[in-house]
Design a protein around this ligand. Structure first.
Ligand code: NAD
Length: 246
């Protein structure tokens, strides 16, 4: 089997679904991973060259069996996109430990677990990892203690992966999206936050799922063969300003 493959977590909707479609257009086979079985199967049924696997990325046992299933079906794993994520808005004094753990378990543990399980396969093909952080992981705000901290840790974990895995030819990079009108964002973005983002972002608008996906696909391509350990903000220029997060 020479066709390149990729695993995309959180593939049932939003940025993960857009990324899946762009990789398919590039001729890759895609393992679509999500814990929302109904949405995953509905989307996968409309696509060709995909392998949908229901898996909660925060669960070590499920990640292990998902990776074994993908490796058996595809024969090779060329790239891993750690995209599955959950949002949570709240300052430190109002964030319960349960909420904190819930965010960390998907946004951070999930990246750790999927990466660890994929590394033996990526080593065979000098593969690539792309982790999805957020501008919330690059700059603190007054109401994202769990989400922002989880995403800042993903930025560091990416650097760690690049440092450790470079000797195997594995590249690890990170994309930090600005706001995109997905279900995740719209559940926590009030009209005031939306207006504030429009003002704060030099391009004066939200991004699209495809504008994030194309950066992810680039980082997995030969065009990025000397790029590793980097975090690219795809954010309409927000990170280049000194303006605080809304
Ligand atoms: P989304 O809610 O539309 O999609 C996320 C998908 O991940 C869903 O299908 C969900 O079922 C899945 N998922 C969540 N937890 C999971 C778990 N434990 N195991 C398996 N699947 C799980 O969200 P999105 O906006 O497309 O977000 C994708 C990524 O982009 C996330 O990591 C998010 O933090 C990041 N991000 C999004 C924005 C934004 O504005 N939308 C901004 C910055 C970063």
């Amino acid at each position: 089997m020479t066709q390149k493959t990729v695993i995309v977590t959180g593939a049932a909707r939003g940025i993960g679904l857009a990324t899946t479609k762009q990789f398919l257009a590039e001729g890759r086979r895609v393992a679509m991973i999500d814990r929302d079985a109904e949405a995953l199967m509905a989307e996968a049924a409309q696509l060709q060259d995909v392998l949908p696997v229901v898996c909660d990325v925060s669960r070590p046992d499920q990640v292990e069996s998902m990776m074994a299933q993908v490796a058996t079906a595809f024969g090779r794993i060329d790239a891993l996109i750690n995209n599955a994520g959950v949002a949570d808005f709240g300052p430190i004094e109002e964030t319960t430990f349960e909420r904190w753990r819930s965010v960390m378990s998907t946004n951070l543990d999930g990246v750790f677990l999927c990466s660890q399980a994929a590394i033996p396969h990526l080593k065979r093909v000098q593969g690539a990892i792309v982790n999805i952080a957020s501008i919330s992981g690059l700059r603190a705000s007054t109401l994202r203690v769990a989400y922002g901290t989880s995403k800042a840790a993903v930025v560091h974990l990416t650097q760690q992966q690049a440092a450790e895995l470079g000797e195997y030819g594995i590249r690890a990079n990170c994309v930090a999206p600005g706001p995109v009108r997905t279900k995740l964002a719209m559940a926590v973005h009030s009209p005031e936050i939306i207006a504030a983002y429009h003002d704060a972002i030099p391009l004066n608008r939200y991004g699209s799922e495809d504008e994030i996906a194309s950066v992810i696909v680039f980082l997995c391509s030969g065009n990025a063969s000397y790029v590793t350990g980097q975090t690219i903000a795809s954010d309409g220029g927000f990170q280049s300003t000194g303006v605080g997060l809304p």
